[in-house]
Design a protein around this ligand. Structure first.
Ligand code: V47
Length: 375
């Protein structure tokens, strides 16, 4: 193929065309190319081969039962220590209220994650899930990261399998992709020393997949990590997916420095975010979906990201969420899009908007095809 002035990009493009798996060196070559449109075109060709013009979104809501956390991650502006005045833990009734509002708004998914809070018994989490399931059986409960699973197993002295089975019995349907951050050391220990390490995060993902649930994966980029850290991260995810096949999508998360211990850093540029989207699409040949998370990218860059390999834009979110309660890249903390806002955003960038459930089944709303706005 000869569509780029960058000979290294041309060489990778040839491999992509032949359907060959890309290497670590290919990942670095993609990241370091100065041919941004060429990189985007290559990722877009893969995206269109897999998904055509379809871009998925969902109607969801985030619920963070507690912001109390001992992990002290340098990139996090959400967590509080128990004595801080704005530390909180919702009781189950508060959470049920949030779920009730979400259902009224047409949500199909509740995305639940929270801090590692040593004041709560394990029954808090099973009661939360079973209460939600009992009152709102129509809501898919996408809950708890592999870091929370690790905390549950250690803190409540249970085996991983017991944790997984008890949460499933209580109503867990799938898991979000948080806590992956950057796998490679020493970077991981520099930004989140008190979280489980990469091998453990991947091991738990494999165990959840073996129990029959889908999970997501994330990569937090644009802080202190190197290009090599990012490529390593993506290839470890790819290797785990070869083993356990349960990851649905990757969400590259653009670091937002404000109100964190890394507030002196600038965060990633737009070009960096677009490159990350494209490299993720190209390296993760065994992941179906790449998500452009509009909350952290901003609505406008998320639109462009759809041309750089992403085929999903996440959901309506509504207020709340560990990435939105305290801050958002969006001006004046407006972390909410209606269903029709999302459809318009996707269509404006030249794609067909398809509402999905959490596990990527298209949803047809009563009286309207899945790509027609109701709100
Ligand atoms: O693990 C924390 C990241 C993650 C910041 O699975 C930050 O569908 C940017 O995983 N700037 C949690 N990012 C959120 C998450 C997620 C989000 C949306 C969809 C899904 C999904 C998962 O948020 C954390 C961390 O990587 N994060 N602080 C920050 N300052």
């Amino acid at each position: 193929m000869n569509f780029s002035h960058d000979s290294k990009l041309n060489a990778v493009a040839d491999k992509v065309e032949r359907g060959e798996r890309l290497s670590f060196e290919d990942g670095v070559a993609l990241y370091t190319t100065d041919d941004l449109p060429g990189l985007g075109k290559l990722a877009d060709s893969v995206r269109r081969r897999r998904h055509g013009r379809t871009t998925y979104f969902n109607v969801n809501r985030h619920l963070n039962p507690t912001n109390v956390c001992y992990a002290d991650c340098k990139f996090c502006g959400f967590y509080r220590t128990p004595r801080q005045p704005d530390a909180y833990t919702h009781n189950i009734d508060d959470s049920l209220k949030v779920a009730g509002e979400a259902v009224k708004e047409g949500a199909t998914e509740l995305h639940i994650t929270g801090g590692l809070n040593t004041k709560l018994p394990f029954s808090y989490f099973t009661d939360l899930l079973s209460g939600l399931k009992q009152h709102y059986p129509q809501l898919h409960l996408k809950a708890f990261t592999m870091v929370e699973f690790d905390h549950f197993a250690h803190f409540y002295k249970m085996s991983d399998e017991e944790v997984i089975q008890q949460l499933i019995a209580a109503g867990l349907d799938s898991c979000p992709g948080g806590g992956a951050e950057i796998f490679r050391e020493p970077t991981r220990s520099m930004i989140c020393a008190h979280k489980c390490d990469a091998d453990r995060w991947l091991e738990l993902s494999g165990k959840v997949h073996a129990a029959g649930l889908k999970t997501n994966a994330t990569m937090l980029y644009g802080h202190i990590e190197s290009i090599e850290d990012r490529v390593d991260h993506l290839l470890r995810l790819r290797a785990q997916q070869d083993l356990s096949h349960g990851f649905q999508c990757l969400i590259p998360l653009a670091f937002y420095p404000e109100k964190t211990q890394l507030a002196h850093l600038p965060g990633p540029s737009g070009v960096d975010s677009l490159k990350t989207m494209a490299v993720s699409r190209l390296l993760l040949d065994n992941f179906d979906h790449i998500k452009a998370y509009w909350v952290m990218l901003g609505k406008h860059l998320a639109q462009v990201a759809l041309h750089f390999g992403a085929n999903d834009i996440d959901g309506t979110i509504t207020e709340g969420g560990e990435l939105s309660e305290s801050y958002s890249i969006e001006a004046n903390n407006e972390v909410r899009m209606s269903r029709s806002d999302l459809v318009a955003l996707i269509e404006d960038s030249g794609f067909e908007a398809v509402e999905r459930d959490t596990v990527y089944n298209p949803i047809a709303r009563e009286g309207a095809p899945s790509n027609v706005s109701l709100v």
